[in-house]
Ligand binder design. Structure first.
Ligand SMILES: [Zn+2]
Length: 100
């Protein structure tokens, strides 16, 4: 991970697979591929893709989530559902004033 100006090195930085901007880990939501589908959460096991709340639709269009997870896209309906779940977080997160 390159060192980015403006961020203290201690802050974990992740890249959003939707808009490809980087942000502090606390601003992004993690989507993991599980045996049964997809799961939103930092504690979900396995490889994760990070997204801003609100960037889910963009990621879906770019097929970025399966690519980030290095998996097949699974059930497209499940993927679409998890993206809706991510984007539904946007108002709450925006209200915290830390998004973007
Ligand atoms: Zn984004």
């Amino acid at each position: 991970m390159p060192i980015l100006p403006g961020y203290p090195w201690r802050v974990p930085i992740r890249m959003c697979v939707g808009c490809r901007a980087t942000g502090e880990q606390s601003e992004l939501v993690r989507v993991a591929r599980t045996a049964s589908g997809f799961e939103v959460g930092r504690t979900a096991p396995g490889r994760g893709a990070w997204l801003h709340p609100g960037c889910g639709a963009q990621a879906l269009k770019r097929r970025a989530i399966p690519r980030a997870l290095r998996s097949d896209s699974g059930d497209p309906a499940q993927l679409a559902a998890v993206v809706v779940e991510v984007d539904a977080l946007a108002p709450t997160w925006a209200n915290q004033g830390s998004l973007h």
